[in-house]
Write a protein that binds this ligand. Sequence first.
Ligand code: UDP
Length: 252
Amino acid sequence: MSGQLEAADGRRPRRVILKISGEGFCQAGERGIAMDAVVHLAEQTRRAAETGAQIAVVMGGGNILRGAQFTSGNSAIHEATAHYMGMLATVMNGLALQDALESLGCDTRLMTAIRMEGVAETYIRRRARRHLEKGRIILLAAGTGSPFVTTDTAAAQRALELEADVLLKATRVDGVFSDDPEKNPHAVLYGELTYDDVLRQNLRVMDPEAIAKCMEYKMPIMVFNFKKEGNIEKAVRGDRVGTLVIPKKTEA
Ligand code: UDP
């Protein structure tokens, strides 16, 4: 690895949580796992790791299954079971991304919040930190290990416990908009927002639980477009490539 990107306080290399939703693992509007989408993610993540930053990826699973799909009262599948199925979906994405990263020469560890011997390491905070310190890209699958939340909450949780400098939320739009930019061409892209703005205006950034957790511990969130070439690397370096969600605005 070249470079040594320092954290804002200069104590250690910059450490980031990169939240990639399931949509990053398939073609737009489709489902399942598309290997070219995974390779694109892997190439961008490798370039980001080459900056010297420590990277923990939290994968979503919506390209395969979300627990909420089974919430109707007459579903034979219990809602909690469906959420566990969703968590397993994130493990499949993790396995795909791990192989893609390793085929590019990256050192990785897949860790799961649900014990799955023979497939991946169990997530243990201290071990995860150790991997990061050794320059391994860690892939954190199975969310929090508990049903009824999403991988956004898992990303916020891991950002706090691994003392990340920022939570990077990769999306397929350029950041946070006043309205859905895919439906409203007049939607305005925000450069900065406070957690309060996001919660009060009900802006689509991450789940409210995840925002509340980040707000409580002042964890900055950067929402950016991972589809644009080089954006993951820029976001990892700390460039403004999307919308920054912080406790207090710095812009006028
Ligand atoms: N999930 C869960 N607990 C967690 C994380 C995820 O129960 O800690 C389930 C939940 O059903 C969720 C699914 O796994 O819908 C897939 O994750 P998510 O919806 O966050 O994926 P994304 O939208 O990021 O692709």
